[in-house]
Each structure stands twice: as structure tokens, then as C-alpha cells.
Design a protein. Structure first.
Length: 101
């Protein structure tokens, strides 16, 4: 079981394995959802609404066939590698804090 400690200001540091599993990066938002069934909270990444994605993808130059779609889904298309490269780039651009003396 992974755990974290609440600081004096109510802040926690989410352990790296949890951040990786949730796909969280610095600056990402998370939500705490109470499960009525269990009485426990679930931590989930906050995603943007679908309406906010309008216009992010251009209309393809040619129609895409079902076979092409299935092949892209099977190989995660370009997005799987693109997301991994974006995560690596964001992680590399975040300045590291110096250790306290």
C-alpha cells in the first residue's frame, strides 16, 4: 500500500508510482470523489470537458477507413507515443528544487 503524509498546511506529496499510474504531471488537477458505497474517497485526474476539445483535431484530408481506425487503435496510433514524449518533455522542463542544507 502506498501512503503519503499530510503536512501542516494540509498538503500532500503524491508518491511517484501513483502519479505515474494516474498519468499526472506537475500542474495537473485531481479530484477527490466520495464513494457512497464504501465511504472512501477516490483520487482521479480532472480532465477537460469534451466541448473544450472542439477544433483540436483537423478534418482528415481523406476519409479514414474502419480498417485504418482499427489499426490505429490497436497500435495506440501516434497519440500513444506522442503522449509519452509530451510527458517526458514536461518532466524535463520542470526545474528541480535544491535540497535544503
Amino acid at each position: 500500500m502506498t501512503s503519503a503524509t499530510v503536512g501542516s498546511k494540509g498538503r500532500i506529496t503524491i508518491p511517484a508510482p501513483v502519479r505515474i499510474r494516474l498519468g499526472l504531471l506537475a500542474g495537473d488537477r485531481i479530484a477527490f470523489l466520495l464513494s457512497e458505497e464504501t465511504g472512501r474517497y477516490e483520487v482521479v485526474p480532472v480532465t477537460c470537458p469534451v466541448a473544450g476539445l472542439r477544433g483540436i483535431v483537423c478534418k482528415p484530408a481523406r476519409p479514414v477507413s474502419i480498417e485504418d481506425m482499427n489499426a490505429a487503435i490497436a497500435g495506440q496510433g501516434a497519440w500513444g507515443e506522442r503522449r509519452r514524449s509530451l510527458i517526458r518533455a514536461r518532466a524535463a522542463s520542470v526545474p528541480r528544487r535544491k535540497a535544503r542544507p
